[in-house]
Design a protein around this ligand. Structure first.
Ligand SMILES: [Fe+2]
Length: 294
């Protein structure tokens, strides 16, 4: 489930065998782990290891790399500029790294960059917003329509601690197909009228497909099922300071239980262009339900 790579360089070219192993493991629902790939903070950037950068409302600080706009932060002026520059340097570096590691993924698209400076385990959340509960990622306002994938690259930038602390702690759940088999039969049918209305009202950026509705329902159903949270198969993973990891979060059930100071870069990728497209959540769900979802 955890596929480890010895890589310590942010740029390729990487050996063909490494690239094939990376793509295969990702598509089968593995977590690619890079214990030697550290995102080093430069100069005054170390001052950005500060939970007070959060505005206290949003879960994350996010950067739109197209506009350079930051959201979810209390920082302003010079401090905001330092933060935006650090996030942009990370996002650009992550993009080069992922493109070099996965050269078959032509057309992979860089989306939002985020920074999570607040300790996960100390926060209060409503159940559906609580990412300490096992879930798959599905975005309420950003439809993935025809099964577009959500691939996320994370870096732990917490300072290394002498006692070995500072890790980001995850639980990873059972394979997507097993999860979907348990929950999909209980999900209510999709009403296209609602997706049309929400698009018109600007609640969503574009119209949700039946696939989007189903993924959101699966996200919610998993979080609301206390017995599933407690009894389903889970593997603990710890990502120490100075490490990175890469995972299809729309496919891999995950829960972030603890840790602070993580950076994350989201990518979107056309499911049809995967090496094994039949492993994409949309294809799995279509097979299980016997319906076309987009
Ligand atoms: Fe998530």
């Amino acid at each position: 489930m955890l596929e480890s790579f010895d890589i310590n360089s942010w740029t390729g070219p990487f050996p063909a065998e490494t690239r094939a192993r990376a793509q295969g493991a990702l598509e089968r629902g593995g977590v690619l782990y890079f214990p030697k790939l550290a995102f080093a903070l430069l100069g005054r950037e170390s001052e950005l290891r500060d939970a007070r950068l959060s505005d206290g409302k949003a879960k994350n600080i996010s950067l739109d790399h197209g506009t350079g706009k930051l959201q979810g932060t209390s920082a302003s002026g010079e401090r905001a500029a330092l933060l935006a520059a650090m996030m942009e340097r990370f996002g650009a570096g992550a993009t080069v790294f992922v493109r070099d590691l996965l050269p078959n993924y032509a057309g992979i698209e860089r989306a939002r960059t985020s920074y999570r400076p607040v300790e996960v385990k100390d926060r209060a959340y409503s159940k559906l917003h609580d990412d300490r509960l096992l879930h798959i990622d599905a975005f309420p306002s950003r439809p993935m329509k025809d099964g577009r994938r959500i691939l996320r690259f994370f870096a732990n930038i917490a300072p290394p601690q002498p006692d070995g602390g500072g890790s980001r702690h995850w639980h990873v759940g059972e394979p997507f197909e097993n999860f979907a088999k348990a929950f999909a039969p209980h999900i209510k049918p999709h009403f296209p009228g609602k997706s049309w209305l929400w698009d018109k009202l600007g609640v969503t950026r574009g119209r949700r497909s039946a696939y989007d509705e189903m993924m959101l329902s699966l996200h919610d159903a998993a979080k609301q099922d206390a017995s599933y949270q407690k009894n389903s198969p889970q593997t603990a993973m710890a990502f120490p300071p100075g490490s990175c990891w890469l995972v299809y979060t729309d496919q891999v059930l995950h829960a972030a239980l603890g840790g602070e100071f993580a950076l994350e870069q989201t990518f979107h990728f056309d499911a049809a262009r995967m090496g094994e497209p039949e492993r994409a959540p949309i294809r799995v769900l279509e097979r299980l339900t016997g319906r076309t979802l987009a």
